[in-house]
Design a binder for this molecule. Structure first.
Ligand SMILES: Cc1cc2nc3c(=O)[nH]c(=O)nc-3n(C[C@H](O)[C@H](O)[C@H](O)COP(=O)(O)OP(=O)(O)OC[C@H]3O[C@@H](n4cnc5c(N)ncnc54)[C@H](O)[C@@H]3O)c2cc1C
Length: 257
């Protein structure tokens, strides 16, 4: 068998398309997770065939409010084709950040039997291979995806986790937390400085998700290191003071590349 030095393994990420369907599902469970997260479990026959293969997949949940229907993006935290309810089950882990937002308001009061519609994921980008190291950075909104990254990597590459903005490692189970070196930024610690202190090179994959403005300087720093595009996957999941952030918009408007 031919072997490659690790840095010459192609690092493109396989993309898989899924049938885009709108599904109507029912709340079948709710569980308080380490604050600020709350797990809502969705069930129902409409979940048949649901597929989510990528750690940063998202579904769009639809909420009806005074201004009509709005959509909000969430990570399918865990899907069980046959769960304890004897049917398919989908966990969505919501940051409860107040009542100032249709998604957080809905999750805060969601009760068994409530119905909701969602679409997606439209597609999945699979985890890359060929990296020696990974650095995963998340605030609470990124924790569900971060957990999926840890599970997708399954111990390889060697992984460091940086949690900021109140994200706590208690969200991870023992195996997940044990698969990475986890560093929690206390309030007042600068995310950029912490990232600058990391050993990040061409063999490092960096994924980050959380409050947009906090990630802009991190992105600038990582780009200044000259890391190739496949090494970076950085996403604003929400923006302070802005409702319904469009995550397809550039993270750093001054550098839309
Ligand atoms: C790909 C993707 C995956 C995501 N996965 C998850 C997930 O699994 N779990 C999750 O909780 N979020 C996730 N998010 C983030 C979520 O979509 C946003 O937080 C969304 O704005 C919440 O909608 P809302 O209706 O509660 O608030 P909005 O109506 O969007 O905003 C109302 C106000 O609340 C503020 N706000 C919004 N989100 C937060 C927050 N997290 N913390 C503090 N203040 C906030 C806004 O700045 C605004 O001032 C994801 C986002 C993306 C793009």
């Amino acid at each position: 068998m031919r072997t490659f030095p690790i840095s010459s393994i192609p690092r493109t990420r396989e993309a898989v398309r899924h049938e885009l369907r709108r599904r109507r599902v029912t709340v079948i469970g709710r569980q308080q997770l380490p604050a600020p997260l709350l797990r809502i479990t969705l069930g129902g026959e409409d979940l048949a065939g649901f597929t989510s293969l990528g750690p940063e997949d998202h579904v769009k949940l639809f909420f009806t409010g005074p201004d009509g229907v709005v959509g909000r993006d969430y990570t399918p935290s865990e899907f069980r084709p046959l769960g304890a309810s004897s049917g398919p089950e989908l966990d969505i882990d919501f940051v409860v950040h107040g009542t100032d937002g249709p998604a957080t308001a809905w999750a805060s009061t969601a009760a068994e039997g409530d119905e909701i519609e969602f679409g997606g994921p439209r597609g999945s980008k699979l985890a890359p291979s060929g990296f020696r190291n990974a650095v995963l950075i998340a605030d609470p909104s990124g924790l569900p995806a971060l957990r999926r990254w840890i599970r997708a990597f399954d111990g390889e590459p060697s992984t460091r986790v940086l949690l900021f903005g109140g994200a706590t490692p208690d969200y991870l189970d023992e195996t997940e937390a044990g698969a990475a070196i986890v560093q929690v930024l206390e309030a007042g610690h600068d995310l950029l400085e912490t990232v600058q202190a990391q050993d990040i090179d061409q063999d490092t994959f960096v994924w980050a998700a959380g409050e947009s403005a906090a990630l802009v300087p991190v992105r600038r720093h990582l780009k200044a290191l000259g890391l190739p595009k496949p090494n970076l996957s950085l996403h604003g999941y929400w923006k302070r003071g802005e409702a319904g952030l469009d995550h397809h918009a550039p993270l750093d408007p001054s550098d839309p590349d």
